[in-house]
Write a protein that binds this ligand. Structure first.
Ligand SMILES: [Zn+2]
Length: 427
């Protein structure tokens, strides 16, 4: 399908930033015409008027739980991909902690087939580090990588065994893929339901110290140094982990990291009324941790913004705080919450595009950009469109968000994959 996107501010980090027309032919970028004026030869080709809007490479969410196979009542690959498209994501990286988990090539292939038939966002599957996420032994890394796994992780759980983590990084290096680390010392976090601190004490809830994350981040950074394997640290929540990653990067170690919107927007004060939608792992931390994550996103210490979209039904979530499942959905709010950092002067728009498109692509080794000949994966964003978050509007099957009713500014007006418009905002 051919398409002209006319008059937007095109931001392709490292390559182009300015007003331009984009001409898409047969699913690929055919031309980028600065200053506009795409010629009359293209008469009859549909035109999207993007004046006043931002045109960027298709956003990629590195951390999404799609729940299929096994928990289709929470989310399916199709519903998750529609939610992703509505949130501006042309692609998502799917975590392997499904039932069964993605620990063999058949599951990887199943996910890719389902994603293909959904006809929405692309799915890049991450495979498990250990069979059954049991933390004992390794999955067949070569076979999984050949089937399409872009990364390896036991996310949801840490790889508690240090020797297994070492071997995972060695094999991941061999197949040229990163290990995504869910950094949690399970002995330090055991029994905890929220951040350890004055709020937990006041609420009578058992706390999880920052060190439950930062000690594991330090261990994994040391193992990345030992092995040369690429380490990607998921959902960074503490100032200590940000600092450890900053030092690792200064030392030239192969370490990247992501942060989730709830960790740079909220702090543990949000838990005050025991709302289960403020319960996730890692937990909401203090305002000083939140500010350290904002700083890390701005200065390059943190490489990506990822939703950690974790759908749950009310059966698991609408319970007393201690018993409620961890996690919140995020595909349809992440872009607006990230844009809040732009509106607040923490990030520039080009930096936001690095964090949500080019860096995620680099981390998992997939293409991303608006240069001639590349697949036309594009997100068109109206950074100033005001809206109120309403779960009734969500494509996701789940409703577990702490941002219901929030007034936000900025959203995707169109998401395009290989030249096909997979989402268009209805006015
Ligand atoms: Zn995790």
């Amino acid at each position: 399908m051919d398409l002209i996107i006319r008059g937007g501010r095109v931001i392709d980090p490292g390559h182009f930033d300015g007003d331009a027309d984009l001409y898409i032919k047969e699913g690929k970028i055919a031309a980028l015409n600065p200053g506009g004026g795409t010629s009359d030869d293209e008469k009859g080709v549909p035109v999207i008027d993007a004046r006043g809007q931002i045109v960027v490479p298709g956003l990629i969410d590195l951390h999404v739980h799609l729940r299929e196979p096994g928990e289709e009542y929470k989310e399916t690959i199709a519903s998750g991909c529609r939610a992703a498209a509505a949130g501006g994501f042309a692609a998502v990286c799917a975590m392997p902690n499904t039932h069964p988990p993605n620990d063999c090539a058949q599951v990887t292939e199943f996910i890719l087939e389902r994603a293909q038939s959904a006809g929405a966002s692309r799915v890049y599957p991450a495979a498990a580090v250990s069979p059954g996420l049991a933390g004992e032994g390794l999955t067949p890394f070569y076979e999984l990588a050949a089937a399409g796994a872009v990364a390896f992780t036991d996310d949801g759980l840490p790889v508690a065994n240090s020797l297994l983590m070492r071997r995972a990084l060695e094999y991941a290096r061999g197949v040229g893929r990163p290990v995504i680390a869910h950094c949690e010392d399970p002995l330090l976090s055991a029994g905890g339901t929220m951040n350890e601190g004055v709020t937990a004490t006041r609420l009578g809830l058992r706390g999880i110290p920052n060190a439950a994350e930062s000690t594991m981040a330090q261990r994994d950074i040391a193992l990345a140094g030992l092995t040369g394997g690429k380490l990607h640290i998921a959902h960074v929540s503490t100032r200590e982990a940000v600092e450890a990653i900053r030092i690792a990067k200064l030392q030239g170690l192969p370490v990247t990291a992501e942060a989730a919107p709830h960790h740079f927007i909220l702090d543990d004060g949000a838990v005050s009324d025991y709302d289960p939608n403020t319960k996730m792992y890692p937990p909401l931390r203090t305002a000083s941790d939140r500010d350290a994550i904002r700083q890390g996103l701005a200065d390059g210490t943190l490489d990506a913004i990822a939703s950690d979209h974790a759908p749950h039904s009310s059966i698991e979530k609408q319970l007393e705080f201690d018993l409620a499942a961890n996690g919140i959905i995020g595909l349809e709010t992440t872009l607006a919450l990230a844009l809040k950092l732009v509106h607040d002067g923490v990030l520039t728009l080009p930096r936001l595009v690095e964090l949500m498109a080019s860096n995620p692509a680099r981390i998992i080794g997939v293409p991303c950009g608006l240069q001639t000949g590349m697949a036309a994966d594009i997100t068109i964003i109206d950074p100033d469109a005001a809206f109120t978050v309403s779960v009734d509007d969500f494509r996701s099957k789940s409703r577990n968000t702490p941002f219901e009713g929030w007034a936000l500014k900025g959203r995707a007006v169109a998401t395009i994959v290989a030249g096909q418009v997979i989402f268009a905002l209805e006015e």
